[in-house]
Structures are given as C-alpha cells and as structure tokens.
Write a protein that binds this ligand. Structure first.
Ligand SMILES: Nc1ncnc2c1ncn2[C@@H]1O[C@H](COP(=O)(O)OP(=O)(O)O)[C@@H](O)[C@H]1O
Ligand SMILES: [Mg+2]
Length: 313
C-alpha cells in the first residue's frame, strides 16, 4: 500500500471510534501527465456495479428560483478553456485521465444510492495538489450525462483558478454574493457545455475567511440546490486556512485530493482532521503514472481494494 494511503487509512481508523468519524468511502488515483505510483494495494480487485442512470434528476424547483429564470438570466459567455487542464472540452473522450474521472463519477453515484450526496467539496492539504483540476474535470464528466445539471463553484477566494481553466471572467462571482452586492443570478454564468453552470470567485477580498463564514454561502446553496443534480465546490487548501472546513459544513461530502509523491503524510492527516464531522466520500490520488498501468482497468480496480467493508456508506 502506498505510504499516503496507509497513513490516511490509519488516521481514519484511529479517529473512527473516538470521534465517530467515517473512513473514506473510496479512493481513486489518476493523472494524465504526472509521474509515479499506482499504490500496490489497488491493483487487483473488481469494480462494483453502479447505476448512474438510476440517480434522480433535478426537477423540483424552489419557490423563488426556477431553472427557466436561471437560463434567462445567467449570461452565456464565450469560454476559452485551457485544453491541458480541461480534459473533456475538446470532445476527446479517451484522453489520459478521462477514464479515471468517469470512474470517480461512478463511485459518487454508487455512494449516492445510500446517502444524500449532491454538494461535494473538493479539497486537499496544501496548494497545487490538484483541487481545481479535479473539481473542473469532475464537473465536466458529471454534466456529460444526458440531462444532468451541474454547478461548479470556485470557493477559493484567495487563489482562484477555475476561471482560468475555463477561460472566462472571474467576476462577478461568489465574493460579490457574500458581500451582498450581487444576487445568485448575476454571479452564475454558462459557456458552451450544456447544463454546466459556473460561479467564479468574484472580486478579490481582503477578508476571505470572514466572508466565507458569514452564513450567506449556506443560503446560496440552499437556494440553488433544487436546480442542480450536482454542485461541485473547489476550495482553498485545508491546512493553512480555515475556509475549507467552513465550506465543508455546508456540503454533503468531501473529496480529498492527495498528490502522489508530494503531499507529506502528516499534512494529509492534518487536512483530514479539519473535517471531523463531515463525510469523507473519497480520496483522489493525483499524479500517478499511467505508464506503469497497462490498462485503465487498473484504475477501476483502484477504487475497490481500498473500499474496506466498514467504510462503505
Ligand atoms: N493530474 C494532472 N494532470 C495534469 N495537470 C494537472 C494535474 N493535476 C494538477 N494539474 C495542474 O497543476 C496545476 C496545479 O493544480 P491545481 O488544480 O490548480 O491545484 P490546487 O487547486 O490544489 O492549488 C494546474 O496547472 C493544474 O492544471
Ligand atoms: Mg485551486
């Protein structure tokens, strides 16, 4: 087993009885470009059945917001996606990393059969581990399923990147809503991908932590939630700042990104400890080396071997 996986698992086991914490429901590894390591522990199990088609579609609307109103008011912009970071935008369904994101999607649907799982926070211990990359591609792979509506939110108000990956404007966005200067319609934009909506970070704030904690984010999520099948939230790193743990409280589950051969084990542990009461629905091992894996099947297998019986939802 890789050292990081081992450490995360051990930390979970230590925490579970004392704090009622949950072990991650699955672990995943992928990486189109980056070197090393498929953990040995994940190389020989079978992919469980999952049934994305059975999952419900967002059809119920709140009293105040409707999807038609959203379509009418959310501006359609000419996104210029960064082709390196946005794996699905160029219509390439079989590029490196795409299969792993489909597997991640399947696992989330599988988990959703047994728990409420719509608002997913993507976080990691430190900067540059692949949170934004994972959020953006997860949102894309989810919206590729017919009729599914996805909202992607850049909640990293300190170092926002999603607007750069999508090739669009950063404002107005979340910060403007949290400050009370914009409503939910005016901060949401859409691009060429049908049913994919995006809330960028918005205007730069000097008091990001206070803004994220001011309670308005929860209100925003409550209002827009009925309009979407999935809401994917990109966050700042969990160890240096408190925003991610505040954000997690407004979400149904947390996906933790761990960078292969980069994330120090103690940092990965500390990051997990930032979410004592939140469901850790998965660990994505980013930066593994496809070269060592002859089939994408290996990646499918990756999820299962790490799914210990007690960690099933
Ligand atoms: N698996 C990957 N394959 C290719 N590029 C990646 C991968 N993971 C991250 N990157 C790139 O590395 C950089 C840092 O990743 P990013 O997602 O912005 O990190 P974070 O959000 O954790 O700070 C970005 O340019 C991103 O596109
Ligand atoms: Mg980021």
């Amino acid at each position: 087993m890789s050292r990081i996986h081992e450490a995360l698992k051990k930390a979970e086991q230590e925490r579970a009885p004392a704090q009622g914490g949950q072990a991650p429901a699955f672990a995943s590894s992928f990486a189109p470009e980056m070197p090393p390591v498929i953990p040995e522990s994940i190389q020989d199990a079978a992919m469980p059945a999952s049934n994305p088609a059975a999952a419900p579609t967002a059809t119920s609307f709140s009293n105040t917001l409707s999807f038609d109103a959203l379509l009418a008011r959310a501006p359609q912009l000419d996104w210029q996606p960064d082709q390196k970071a946005m794996l699905f935008f160029n219509g390439n369904e079989s590029g490196r990393g795409t299969e792993e994101f489909r597997t991640l999607r399947s696992r989330l649907y599988h988990l959703r059969e047994n728990m409420t799982l719509k608002k997913v926070l993507v976080t990691s211990a430190l900067p540059k581990e692949g949170k934004s990359f994972t959020s953006a591609n997860l949102a894309q792979v989810l919206v590729r399923q017919h009729g599914k509506r996805v909202l992607l939110i850049d909640a990293d108000l300190r170092a926002p990147r999603l607007h750069l990956m999508l090739g669009t404007t950063a404002a107005p966005g979340l910060a403007d809503y949290l400050q009370g200067t914009s409503d939910e319609f005016s901060i949401m934009q859409r691009g060429p991908m049908e049913n994919l909506f995006f809330i960028p970070s918005g205007r730069k704030l000097s008091d990001a932590a206070e803004m994220v904690a001011n309670g308005k984010l929860k209100v925003l999520l409550q209002r827009v939630e009925p309009l979407f099948d999935w809401i994917i939230i990109d966050s700042p790193p969990a160890v240096p700042v408190s925003d991610a743990s505040v954000l997690a409280k407004a979400c149904d589950g947390v996906v933790m990104v761990v960078r292969s051969n980069a994330t120090p084990i103690d940092m990965a542990r500390r990051a997990r400890e930032e979410f004592p009461d939140q469901a850790l629905v998965g660990v994505v091992l980013n930066g593994t080396n496809n070269e060592t894996t002859p089939y994408s099947r290996y990646y499918y297998d990756a999820y299962v071997k790490n799914l210990s019986p007690e960690s099933k939802p």
